[in-house]
Design a protein around this ligand. Structure first.
Ligand code: FPP
Length: 248
């Protein structure tokens, strides 16, 4: 494992989430259809997962299809659903057989997905559980939808008052740490309804790279940038805290 993912202070990068944007522009630049862009995007996924695992990142969350993506033209939505189905069947399931330390979870409301895709996702989830490396794939995922569902489920379980801890336990990501780092490819500065609850104190990196081109050099750049950030979680630097204490 490379030692890029470590700093002298013991800070670790263990959970990364990615908004994989730019497939359409990547395709347009090459005179290809948007679906060809998504195909190229799917190819990038396996390599990116492998690289983050090499760096010891145990939780990778990828935004594949949002609750708002249904607004796209029907041909694009259908092609994406078919592509994701083929990917789960031909890549994810084979990878889970080979890589004994990896499991996959599909986060989002699966109930409205095409039935054969929903079943394939469940099959992949059931094949491997509680393994140290977790890949969460957002499929019909929306951050607002997740929060509303979590609250409703908590109330129907009998909770009369919510706390952050209770609500966290009802999120699709329950049991996984919040992302240390959220990366967005494709250059837009917005969160697009992704992990609204979980990213409260995440570091954000926006890259101009279009998703199908995202690879090792961008990952190395992101990890270095992450370690240059000073995470205070709303508090003070330890040194600043000390000097304040000295003054009083
Ligand atoms: C955003 O690019 C990308 C998507 C809505 C789909 C993401 C899907 C994949 C990367 C492939 C399938 C994923 C898995 C996990 C197999 P865009 O279409 O909005 O690009 P644009 O902003 O350039 O138009």
């Amino acid at each position: 494992m490379s030692n890029l993912n470590n700093d002298s202070m013991g800070k670790r990068l263990d959970s990364v989430a990615i908004i994989m944007d730019g497939n359409g522009r990547w395709a347009k630049m090459r005179g290809l259809s948007r679906s060809e862009g998504h195909k190229a995007g799917a190819k990038a996924v396996a390599e990116v997962l492998k690289l983050f695992r090499e760096y010891g990142v145990h939780h990778l969350t990828l935004y594949a299809f949002s609750t708002e993506n249904w607004k796209r033209p029907k041909e694009e939505v259908d092609a994406l659903m078919e592509l994701i189905y083929m990917y789960v069947e031909n890549v994810v399931i084979k990878t889970l057989i080979k890589e004994k330390d990896l499991c996959v979870r599909f986060i989002g409301d699966k109930s409205v997905l095409p039935e054969k895709l929903r079943e394939k996702c469940i099959e992949a989830e059931e094949m491997a559980k509680d393994r140290p490396f977790v890949c969460n794939v957002g499929l019909n995922y929306g951050g607002r939808d997740e929060i509303v569902r979590a609250a409703n489920r908590a109330f129907s379980d009998g909770h009369r008052e919510l706390s952050e801890k209770i609500l966290s336990g009802y999120m699709y990501t329950a049991g996984s740490p919040d992302p240390d780092l959220v990366i967005r490819t494709g250059g837009d500065f917005r969160i697009s309804n992704f992990l609204l609850w979980q990213s409260a104190y995440s570091e954000f990196i926006i890259l101009d790279t279009l998703w199908p081109d995202f690879g090792r050099s961008d990952i190395d750049k992101c990890i270095k940038e992450y370690y240059s950030r000073n995470r205070r979680f709303g508090g003070l630097d330890p040194e600043d805290g000390e000097s304040e204490a000295n003054i009083t």
